[in-house]
Ligand binder design. Structure first.
Ligand code: CMP
Length: 140
């Protein structure tokens, strides 16, 4: 397995509850290295672009509204098989279905306010990373 990068967002429900450090502790304990990290306020245009793939879904407006409702922390994570590994660590999208010990089981409040986002494929990871980071800002 090769070293890989994935894109992560700690969502507004995480920053609102001061969970940045607690979530990062789970990420690091899982063997993923945080090689870039920035706290930002996502603009409406950024959130719409980021979630473009969900534009036709009934929850799109709510999702964009939530992601712009407070600060988020955007991150690049690096490690063996990082995309799949982070999805394992996050747990199911719906916290009610998330496995014990996962970030969403521990911290998420609902399917919308679910604490973290992680890329679903290496291809999307590269696109998502490029939306928020320059190569020079990623220090592996
Ligand atoms: P994320 O991994 O960021 O990618 C898409 C997001 O859409 C997902 O996490 C959920 O937070 C959100 N989502 C999925 N289903 C619903 C839903 N039924 N209502 C609100 N948000 C949803």
């Amino acid at each position: 397995m090769a070293t890989e990068r994935t894109f992560s967002i700690l969502k507004p429900d995480a920053t609102a509850r001061n969970l940045t450090g607690a979530v990062n502790a789970v990420i690091e304990a899982a063997g993923l290295r945080i090689v870039a990290q920035r706290r930002i306020r996502m603009s409406d245009a950024q959130a719409k672009k980021f979630y473009e793939i969900h534009a036709e879904r009934p929850f799109y407006g709510e999702l964009v509204g939530f992601m712009t409702s407070g600060p988020v922390v955007v991150q690049v994570l690096e490690g063996e098989n990082a995309v799949a590994r982070y999805r394992e660590v996050m747990g199911a999208t719906n916290p009610a279905q998330a496995a014990e010990g996962t970030i969403r089981k521990q911290f998420a409040q609902s399917v919308g306010e679910n604490t973290v986002h992680g890329s679903d494929s290496p291809e999307n990871a590269a696109l998502e990373i490029a939306q928020f980071f320059d190569d020079k800002d990623i220090v592996g």
